[in-house]
Ligand binder design. Structure first.
Ligand code: NAD
Ligand code: UDP
Length: 325
């Protein structure tokens, strides 16, 4: 039984953050959700507002804030390519200043702080599957760099605060995750394909669809994120890859979405965006060995749950956060 804690979730109104807040509240913790609502809507946390252990703060992590907490999950950052490329300088500030501010808070409060890092720190990887020891292949000058390099700098800051100031950190590298409450206009592949399939629009396959990704269902991901935060093992602070190691081509994904939705949509090819990684699959040996975790929900089952959720919402209730989706 873990003791009850005051927990800050930055980016807590987002796709992953809102589900994390929900799970932490279920465990009885006091949860502060901090968000500037750039890529999310209040509807994600509306159902939590009546909970007396839940507090919602509208705030931007690029500005310092003083709170007293025991744990911080740092998720605030636009995550979809169309979102993080909309204002790339702001994206970099969010990762770097956001990290400095939560680390400063953790240092002051003696709190433990977990960074939501990403498989993007591996860039377009030459090593496959990706292990945590692989240092990555990122184009520092490309359109994805604001996100990739911002997240890499945040990892560096976490390690330096840990080594220099003894801050209690945890680093997780999240691979592509999907599920209910993804923003339907975030432009990510699963939300695009499901939205397009349900409205019988063309399914936009970028390139020839031979690039691969490995998709993890939200519930599996949040389970391991909480495990890592509470894991007590001398010297094991991460980074640890978290994701589902089953790899699919994007064309296979498109075909599966058409099959599961019974859609009449056509799959049409569009230009591949610059620096789009050609392959991605996590090696999750460390997560298995140290956290005794592996994903339980495979793509077909997770997609069905996600499609059911997309069918239950009204698209007109959602405002695209940025013009590209
Ligand atoms: P999301 O866009 O739904 O959530 C991000 C949240 O952060 C949003 O609610 C947004 O409004 C908020 N935010 C953005 N900038 C902010 C700022 N300056 N101040 C305060 N709040 C801000 O995306 P998500 O998929 O839930 O991602 C959550 C975290 O997980 C991100 O840090 C992302 O980089 C990381 N991650 C996600 C995935 C994935 O596949 N979902 C993969 C790798 C890493
Ligand atoms: N993609 C696609 N059609 C879309 C959106 C994305 O074919 O409508 C491709 C994209 O080029 C990439 C993969 O799907 O190869 C995953 O894209 P996403 O933006 O979801 O995540 P990331 O590239 O950051 O892994």
């Amino acid at each position: 039984m873990t003791s009850l804690k005051r927990i800050l979730v930055t980016g807590g109104a987002g796709f992953l953050g809102s589900y994390l807040c929900e799970k932490l509240l279920e465990q009885g913790h006091d949860v502060i959700c901090l968000d500037n609502f750039f890529t999310s809507q209040k509807s994600n946390v509306l159902h939590l507002l009546g909970n007396r252990n839940f507090e919602l703060i509208r705030h931007d992590v690029t500005i310092p804030i003083f709170l007293e907490v025991d744990q911080v999950y740092n998720l605030a950052c636009p995550a979809a390519p169309g979102h993080y490329q909309f204002n790339p300088i702001k994206t970099m500030k969010t990762s770097v200043l956001g990290a400095i501010h939560v680390l400063g808070m953790a240092k002051r409060c003696h709190a433990r702080v977990l960074q939501a890092s990403t498989s993007e720190i591996y860039g377009d990887p030459e090593v496959h599957p990706q292990t945590e020891s692989y240092r990555g292949c990122v184009n520092t000058l490309g359109p994805r760099a604001c996100y990739d390099e911002g997240k890499r700098a945040a990892e560096t800051l976490f390690m330096d605060y840990h080594r220099a100031n003894n801050v209690d950190i945890r680093l997780v590298r999240i691979f592509n995750t999907y599920g209910p409450r993804m923003h339907p206009y975030d432009g990510r592949v699963i939300s695009n394909f499901i939205r397009q399939a349900l409205t019988n629009e063309d399914i936009t396959l970028f390139g020839d669809g031979s690039q691969t990704r490995s998709f993890c269902y939200r519930d599996d991901l949040i389970d391991v994120m909480i495990r890592m935060m509470n894991h007590e093992e001398e010297g094991f602070v991460g980074p640890v890859n978290i994701g589902n190691p089953h790899e699919f081509t994007i064309r296979e994904l498109a075909e599966l979405v058409v099959e599961l939705t019974g859609s009449k949509s056509q799959i049409v090819c569009k230009p591949l965006p610059q620096d789009d990684p050609t392959q991605r699959r996590p090696d999750i040996t460390l997560a298995k060995e140290h956290l005794h975790w592996e994903p339980q929900i495979q793509l077909r089952e997770g997609l069905q749950k996600t499609i059911d959720w997309f069918r239950s919402i009204r698209l007109s209730d959602y405002r695209p956060p940025t013009p590209r989706y």
